[in-house]
Design a protein around this ligand. Structure first.
Ligand SMILES: [Zn+2]
Ligand SMILES: [Zn+2]
Length: 242
C-alpha cells in the first residue's frame, strides 16, 4: 500500500518535467527519471553492420571489408571504436544539456544506453585491462565543473566491472573547440594535445577510451597516440554517439 502511495505523493509534491520537451512526466512514464518516454523513443540507436574502424553504421555494399569510405582514408591510433547511437536530434540535445546545462543526472540515462549497447552487441571488453575517460583541459573543467566523459565512464565502468583510471591522461594544450573547426583542421588542432602523468600505469595494458561523441575521431586518436607512446598494448574507444 505504502509502496504505491509514496511515489504518487512524491509526484504531486515534486512533479517531474522532461529535461528536453518540458512536458510533465506522468508517474507511470517516468522512464529513467528525467526524460519522457516520447523523447527517449526518438533516440536512434546504432545498428550493425558497423564500420570495423570508426563504428559507424555502414551499408554493406559500399564497404569492402566493413570499412567505411571515411576510414579507408584515415589512420587512427586506436584499434577500433564503437558508439551506442547516432549523433543527431534528441541525442544531440541531450549531450548539449549534459555539457552546457550542467545536467549531471543526464549522465545516468545516457550511460545506460552505452551499457545496453555493450551487452546487446557483446563488445569484447574483457580484453581491456582498464578504462580512461577523455579529459577536459583544466580551464574547461573549471568552467563546466565536471567532465561529461568521466561522468559517463563512472556509471559504465561501475556496471561492467572495469577499472576506471582517473587523473592520468591529461590535456597539455588548451585546444580550440573541435566544433568550431572544419574537418581538416580538427586533426591539426589535436596534435600533441595529450600526455600521461604516470605513463607506467598504462604500459602493456589494453585500454578502453571513453568519450561522449566521436566525430572525426581526431580526439580519440590523439589520446590513443599518447597512450601508445607510453607503452599501451591496445586502445579501443567507446562513445555514447557518433
Ligand atoms: Zn520529453
Ligand atoms: Zn568508419
Amino acid at each position: 500500500m505504502l509502496k504505491r502511495i509514496l511515489p504518487a505523493l512524491e509526484e504531486i509534491i515534486y512533479p517531474r518535467y522532461c529535461l528536453l520537451c518540458h512536458i510533465r512526466i506522468a508517474l507511470e512514464n517516468q522512464l529513467r527519471g528525467v526524460i519522457c518516454r516520447d523523447c527517449i523513443e526518438k533516440i536512434k540507436p546504432n545498428r550493425p553492420p558497423f564500420c570495423r574502424k570508426c563504428g559507424r553504421k555502414i551499408l554493406k555494399f559500399e564497404a569492402p571489408e566493413n570499412v567505411c569510405a571515411e576510414c579507408s582514408k584515415t589512420q587512427f591510433c586506436f584499434e577500433r571504436a564503437w558508439a551506442s547511437c547516432t549523433y543527431e536530434g534528441v541525442i544531440k540535445e541531450m549531450v548539449h544539456n549534459l555539457k552546457y546545462g550542467n545536467k549531471i543526472m543526464l549522465a545516468k540515462v545516457l550511460s545506460q544506453m552505452m551499457i545496453d549497447f555493450v551487452s546487446d552487441y557483446h563488445l569484447p571488453l574483457e580484453a581491456c585491462d582498464c578504462a580512461i575517460a577523455i579529459p577536459l583541459s583544466p580551464r574547461k573543467l573549471r568552467e563546466r565543473e565536471f567532465n561529461q566523459a568521466e561522468a559517463l565512464a563512472d556509471n559504465l565502468c561501475a556496471h561492467i566491472g572495469l577499472k576506471l583510471l582517473k587523473n592520468n591522461l591529461k590535456r597539455i594544450r588548451d585546444t580550440r573547440s573541435q566544433t568550431e573547426l572544419e574537418k581538416s583542421r580538427r586533426w591539426q588542432n589535436m596534435q600533441g594535445a595529450f600526455a600521461l602523468r604516470e605513463p607506467g600505469a598504462v604500459q602493456g595494458k589494453t585500454i578502453l577510451l571513453i568519450d561522449d561523441v566521436l566525430t572525426t575521431g581526431a580526439t580519440a586518436s590523439e589520446a590513443a597516440r599518447a597512450l601508445k607512446n607510453a607503452g599501451a598494448a591496445g586502445v579501443y574507444v567507446l562513445t555514447l554517439a557518433n
